[in-house]
Design a protein around this ligand. Structure first.
Ligand SMILES: [Ca+2]
Length: 438
């Protein structure tokens, strides 16, 4: 799971949630996050070629992003003993590592992730673009029977499974095409998160040993996410299923059946409840702010929080109110299923993306509220300066960490109210200027 990579829990590579900054880690962007394929364009003999999969490289052409590294080769020799002691056969190991070399590009990607922040609306514009919605509806039509069977078997709505597919691989367009063993071995050797990737590597070898896939077909993103719905090897080992009945859990094939069923199995395993929405956009009373309190929708209705149609939300279960851009943007009531989606990728933005995309695939409306698109955000250092200044003025800011969570938003709003400014709770340049002036 991304989340595990950053030390959180979840199926895939983790992105720390950063809801109220309005900003989302760049790596969340479906096409650029670790789950997506790294596809360098290369020109050979003046003929533009598609991505050069290793097996397609013409003989004699130097592999451009893989470098000889004797120390890495020694590491492999040492790792071989550890793998064998964990039940991997020498034959499987040697076949898997044939031709594997250190890949500095993978390390560079690992170093560069999560530097950029995106605003939640930019993230959602991309995650739930008209094209992705339309392609999702088309994918749903094309795979309707399969998705119906999966829904009947696992109790996860087909639109939700399709939305995860759309987010993870653009409905199978971007499965990732780096040789998995090479990437995982490089990252395990590199050591920044060596123990994590060594575990992934062992899991990958176990998958090979089980016969689900051959080494040449075992491809993934640079970070090890594999197939249509981007399972990390350990998640695959634990949760992937064979739904076609051929005895192989094939998440790489053109036929997405096993991958989609594996996603449903995973969501089911973490408590997906059929018939309960992930969440929905709601109207909230002007000036209200929300922590992490959960209440039944009828209880929320009594406090003025109602559906976008103005009517109380049905009591599907207890829910909390999420305002990913603070009080100045859209508000959502989110249920237990929202947190199930977060097991896939532990970020509110991701779960909103999957949830909203699933609604749109099902023909639901766009988000009604507007986002504070015009606002001029603060850099990370400026956010810390803002927190320091708020704290110095006596507002309760829990930590000077540059992360704008509910406490900081509450402090911003209290300060804005005290000086007669609009209490939008936004960590903007205007706010910092105001803090410096007053
Ligand atoms: Ca199968």
């Amino acid at each position: 799971m991304r989340a595990v990579i950053l030390g959180l829990s979840g199926l895939f590579l983790g992105i720390s949630p950063s809801w109220a900054t309005g900003a989302v880690e760049e790596s969340l962007r479906p096409q650029s996050r670790p789950g997506a394929a790294f596809t360098p364009a290369v020109v050979l003999n003046d003929v533009p070629t598609q991505v050069l999969r290793p097996q397609m490289r013409p003989a004699g052409v130097e592999v451009f992003h893989v470098t000889a590294n004797p120390e890495f080769d020694r590491w492999i020799a040492g790792f071989r003993g550890r793998a064998l002691s964990q039940g991997i056969s020498g034959q499987v190991f040697d076949r898997a590592f044939r031709g594997v070399r250190y890949d500095p590009d993978v390390v560079a990607k690992d170093r560069n992730q999560s530097e950029f922040k995106r605003e939640i609306w930019d993230y959602l514009d991309n995650a739930v673009s008209p094209v992705r919605v339309e392609n999702g509806q088309r994918a749903l039509r094309r795979h309707r029977r399969t998705l119906d069977r999966i829904e009947a078997h696992y109790g996860v709505e087909k639109e939700v499974v399709a939305a995860v597919w759309g987010m993870e691989s653009t409905y199978g367009e971007r499965l990732g095409d780096l040789p998995l063993i090479g990437s995982m071995a490089t990252l395990a050797y590199d050591g920044r998160r060596g123990a994590f990737f060594e575990k992934q590597l062992i899991a990958a070898l176990k998958i090979l040993q089980s016969g689900d896939v051959t080494p040449d077909r075992m491809k993934g993103s640079w970070a090890g996410a594999m197939g249509h719905t981007q399972f990390m090897p350990t998640s695959y080992e634990a949760y992937a299923v064979d739904f076609t009945g051929d005895g192989k859990r094939d998440v790489w094939s053109d036929d997405p059946t096993d991958a989609l069923a594996s996603t449903a199995a995973y969501l089911k395993r973490f408590g997906w409840r059929k018939g309960m929405p992930w969440g929905m956009e709601v109207q909230v009373p002007r000036g209200a702010s929300f922590g992490s309190t959960s209440r039944m929708p009828s209880d929320w209705a009594a406090r003025g929080v109602v559906g976008i149609d103005g009517r109380p939300v049905r009591d599907f279960g207890s829910a909390r109110i999420l305002q990913p851009a603070g009080p100045a943007g859209a508000s959502f009531m989110v249920f237990a299923n929202f947190d199930v989606i977060k097991r896939y990728n532990n970020a509110d933005a991701y779960a909103l993306g999957v949830g909203h995309l699933s609604d749109r695939i099902a023909g639901g409306p766009e988000i009604q509220a507007s986002w504070p698109r015009g606002y001029d955000p603060l850099t990370f250092d400026q956010r810390k300066e803002m927190q320091r200044r708020l704290q110095r003025k006596g507002y309760a800011v829990e930590k000077i960490d540059g992360i704008v969570g509910p406490n900081t938003v509450a402090a911003i709003r209290a300060f804005q109210q005290s000086v007669g400014a609009t209490p939008d709770g936004l960590p903007s340049q205007q706010l910092l200027a105001l803090l410096k002036r007053s």
